[in-house]
Design a protein around this ligand. Structure first.
Ligand code: D5M
Ligand code: FE
Ligand code: ZN
Length: 485
């Protein structure tokens, strides 16, 4: 039945149709049946038939072919960090890497009006008497003095200078606890010449994100669903919960209207690593696997993703369980292991980290391995609230602030793990707990997992929070956590 026919049939019956109701009827498998049922079901003369009227008659739920998000073409722009810069693993590579980290941090600080007038270590060392100064540097060392003050050795390309944070300055001491080696910070304080130069700190700044980040004003009724840590192949992979997620995306029978309307908006699924459990990731893993072959793990993943409606685009970034280089930035999952994924045009294989601009929403995807170090080294962080650890990362503008601990890093002449674009969404996984928070217009999302507690996590006393999916509504910029347990 053509659109015109539907409209005229209703007009003949003296009934108006709301355009959204018209769309639903048009897309239904049997439009003429619905039209006649609607006209005959009650006296609607002189009234307007809306989408709610159709819902009331259970017309839309079954047989509707087209979904809201299917009406929109995708808009995807990818910036894959892993292909940004060439590898250089020697000493020279590390020097260039830290120079680049310094320059990127300094650029962010110098963008701020209040931090235009910074000096360098050499200029500060050449002054006389006490002077108020601002200095940008990399933390070379932090120690506590005999009197209980904290001494930070701050380095820039011209030298190193000790910065003293007085024990009595409790507010500043609180900030100091979040500083780690190799952080780039800006110090405000008084430079004093006394047996060599020192700075008494009065303020400490991280590069941070600006207060006045421009708001995105896209209004399309679309959404981005974020998942991670599926761990296919593991005994603990929660297949039935994952199937519930897929059913929801398919708007299957049995879901309530509000949930169905939300599912219809999903245009993108972003997966932030650990798609499969892998093989040989930790000692004895083979006993924890239902699928013991990594090729078959990715094959099963492909079968499951094939059940997701075709109009949804899927962005796949790897984690530490995936088949790719372990050092970060990680290239995409190697093609040889996941041929089915590569041959699917609506699946986009990217590295870790990666910026994915989805309908104007700039999404920074990072698996989140560095959170293990943040949680163990910076007081006040925990596995139950990964949003706080992510807040640390975004304030430092660093995906891997701590070197030489759990996260192997490939140095390059460009510190590609510096967060040089302020994203709309910062999406991590890895810790297997779900968390959503906003900070100065950036939505921080940890997408939990689809794996229940493993023996390893039990021993480590890690309590996962699986089976939940944060979904970001592009028009409202709100994130809703959907439960599939
Ligand atoms: O990581 C799943 C969870 O286990 C995550 O919360 C981090 C934690 N984890 C992983 N490896 C370690 C080590 N070596 N020590 C402490 N905690 C760890 P996944 O990447 O899925 O294995
Ligand atoms: Fe994981
Ligand atoms: Zn992981």
């Amino acid at each position: 039945m053509e659109e015109n026919e539907i409209v005229f049939r209703f007009l003949d019956a003296d009934i108006c149709l709301h355009p959204t109701a018209l769309q639903e009827i048009k897309n239904n498998e049997n439009p003429s049946d619905i039209v006649e049922r609607l006209i005959q079901s009650s006296d609607r003369r002189g009234s307007i038939v809306t989408l709610d009227d159709l819902q009331g008659m259970e017309v839309v739920i079954r047989g509707s072919k087209k979904r809201l998000a299917a009406e929109y073409d995708s808009e995807i722009k990818l910036r894959d960090i892993s292909t940004d810069s060439p590898r250089k693993g020697d000493v020279e590579g590390f020097v260039e890497f830290f120079n680049s980290r310094y320059n990127k941090g300094a650029d962010v600080f110098k963008d701020r009006k209040t931090l235009h007038d910074t000096l360098n270590v050499e200029q500060i060392s050449n002054h006389n008497g006490n002077t108020e100064v601002k200095l940008i540097g990399i933390v070379e060392n932090i120690r506590t003095s005999k009197k209980g003050n904290t001494i930070i050795s701050l380095e820039d390309p011209t030298g190193v200078i000790p910065v003293v944070v007085l024990k009595s300055d409790t507010e500043l001491m609180e900030e100091v606890r979040t500083i780690v080696y190799d952080d780039i910070i800006c110090i405000e304080g008084t430079a004093i010449s006394k047996d060599g130069e020192i700075i008494i700190a009065k303020g400490i700044h991280f590069p941070d994100v600006p207060f006045n980040k421009p708001k995105n004003n896209r209004e399309e009724p679309l959404a981005i669903a974020m998942i991670s840590d599926i761990h296919i192949g593991s005994y603990e992979f929660m297949e039935s919960e994952f199937m519930r997620f897929i059913k929801w995306l398919n708007c299957d029978d049995g879901i309530i209207k509000r949930q169905r309307e939300f599912a219809e908006k999903v245009k993108y699924i972003v997966i932030a690593g650990d798609l499969v459990d892998g093989v040989g990731i930790y000692p004895g893993q083979i006993d924890d696997l239902t699928i013991k072959d990594i090729y078959n793990q990715y094959k099963r993943l492909s079968e499951l993703l094939d059940m997701i409606p075709d109009h949804i685009e899927i962005i796949i970034s790897p984690g530490n369980h995936d088949a790719t280089r372990q050092a970060e930035p990680q290239p995409p999952i190697f093609e040889d292991f996941a041929k089915e994924l590569y041959s699917n045009p609506r699946i986009h294989m990217v590295g870790n980290p990666c910026y994915a601009n989805l309908h104007g929403i700039n999404t920074l995807i990072y698996h989140g391995r560095s959170m293990d170090d943040i949680i163990s080294k910076i007081p006040g962080n925990s596995y139950t609230k990964p949003g706080k650890a992510m807040l640390n990362l975004i304030k430092k503008r660093q995906l891997v602030p701590i070197f030489g601990e759990k996260v192997p890093v490939t140095p390059s002449c460009n510190d590609s793990l510096f967060i040089d674009e302020v994203p709309d969404i910062f999406h991590c996984g890895h810790v297997h707990t779900t968390d959503v928070m906003t900070y100065r217009g950036v939505t921080l999302v940890n997408s939990g997992a689809f794996q229940s507690q493993t023996e390893f996590q039990k021993r480590m006393n890690l309590q996962p929070d699986p089976g939940k999916v944060p979904v970001y509504d592009i028009a409202t910029r709100n994130t809703t956590i959907m439960h599939f347990t």
